[in-house]
Design a protein around this ligand. Structure first.
Ligand SMILES: [Zn+2]
Length: 179
């Protein structure tokens, strides 16, 4: 009699267990489909070899290898021309010269991206610091970091590597629109 009770108990327990795991499976699959629906940018995916062919060694090291260029050595930290800064790897427009400001850090600094959804954010715990890493939302190339000590109106400082950017001067953009 005792054994039967034990077996019954086990069966009941297993039944509950499988009911629980079934429930959680349904939940996670629902989550997945929502994430796909909210992303409107079509990703650019290439192999490491393809990126290597497309980029200079320095661009590849910074943009694809999460590297950082040395301060005051990049192409654009002191660039005052008007135009658009796009992703060096996939060409997605990321920052406009109107939002670039002198931060004194030696890296191009902006207070906001051209489109919020063009720039993605990730938590970065490397080098014993907690920082927010920023990347191109189309090809996932590393851009730099965003800090909460920027100027108005956003109060943000997007500290970006020149090596991750390609600058397109305003004049060129205007010529293209005219023709
Ligand atoms: Zn990109």
């Amino acid at each position: 009699m005792k054994i039967i009770t034990q077996i019954l108990g086990l069966v009941l327990f297993l039944g509950l267990l499988s009911a629980c795991s079934q429930k959680s499976t349904t939940k996670s699959s629902q989550k997945k489909s929502t994430a796909v629906a909210t992303s409107s940018i079509e990703k650019v995916i290439k192999t490491e070899e393809e990126w290597k062919e497309l980029l200079t060694p320095e661009q590849f090291r910074v943009a694809r290898g999460h590297g950082t260029e040395r301060a005051f050595t990049g192409k654009y930290w002191d660039n005052k021309e008007e135009g658009t800064y796009s992703c060096v790897a996939c060409g997605l427009p990321l920052f406009a010269s109107e939002t670039k400001y002198k931060s004194g850090t030696g890296w191009p600094s902006f207070y906001e991206p051209v489109e919020e959804e063009h720039v993605g954010e990730d938590r970065d715990n490397s080098f014993g610091m907690v920082r927010v890493e920023v990347h191109c939302n189309r090809c996932d190339s590393h851009l730099g970091h965003v800090f909460p000590d920027g100027p108005r109106p956003t109060g943000l400082r997007y500290c970006i590597n020149s090596a991750s950017l390609n600058f397109i001067p305003q004049a060129e953009t205007a010529e293209k629109t005219d023709s």
